[in-house]
Design a binder for this molecule. Sequence first.
Ligand SMILES: *Cc1c(COP(=O)(O)O)cnc(C)c1O
Length: 380
Amino acid sequence: MKTLYKFLLAPGPTPLPEEVRLEGAREITHHKHPVAKKMFRKVTDDMKWLLGTKYDSYLLASSGSGAMETAVQNLVNTGDKVIVINAGNFGGRWVKINKAYGANVIEIKKDWGDMATPAELEAVIKENPDTVAVFCQLSETSTGACSDTAGFAKIVSKTNAILVVDGVSGIGVVPLKMDEWNVDVVVGGSQKGMMLPPGMAFICMNEKAWKLVENNKQHKFYFDLKLFQKKLVDNETPWTPPIGIIYQADKAFEMMKAEGLENVWARSTKLAKGIRTAMKAMNLELFAKCPGDAVTTVKIPDGVDGKKVTSVIRDKYGITIAGGQGDFSGKIFRLGHMGYMDMYSELACLAALELTLKELGHKFEIGSGVSAFMKEMAQE
Ligand SMILES: *Cc1c(COP(=O)(O)O)cnc(C)c1O
């Protein structure tokens, strides 16, 4: 039987609400037009609400990795000692960027699926009191492992170092309270939890971090935050901003505010819990030791061709999910619960996953995942 609907359930990019898509069809306003500047200010202010901070975010025309590079380039001098929590592909990206800028990188390296604890970080910081910055992920998208960002912040805030959090896949999905937790720097991107298309990224910093920017000597141009700071006074950017996405962001914020941030987080928690229960009911094993609520990673069962899971579910059932990255390609699959997602999208995914795994020879009872998910939904 031919399926007609298509669903995007990868851990980014994520689907957009129709309201946000339509906003993208607007005429382009010149970015120095008073109306565009007003909109720029409004969205910049809404970022404060989303991140739980009084500090301004700087909106960049780039993907999330551009904001990661912006952080390193503006905060870390050549030879500075930094600590990176590296428990997956994106922790690895912090290592690579820091090395590219000549930092002296101390890695807290964990197996994929595992995550460092605040106590481990505390021990490494004690041995390295000259650490300038600590880098972590709010959600390590490659493994789906939970991350105690609040716990990391508690440790780092007692030292002279700053904490830089890559929130690309966690912002708007799992809790983040920048000021309350004493997080110094947050970077993010548009295309995961924010119900926006790819192409916009942002960085937000407190005073402790801005001091490092003042003393930074790296060569820089496009991502020079001092230029962004100067221009923001007039609600402008040094370069053309992604105007279309900014208008779409205004709509997405309107929707998130109507739902309430706590409710947005609770929605991901509930869906992720339902999916985890469904995976177990389908005789599948979760990959992350402590699974987070933004992405669920699942081991490919014995006897099933892992590469076929993602292609069959896509080509036959119209559902895009993600496979594993790096060494885990063909060994795990990943389901995103970020952004514009609800019970219906997850149910469609589960139904298609059941048919796909049946076809590929996995032994389980058809309907068991959908049924377990529904029982979880029925719990208050
Ligand atoms: C997706 C992602 C990124 C990188 O985003 P791009 O927009 O592809 O550059 C960085 N960190 C995390 C945790 C992500 O999930």
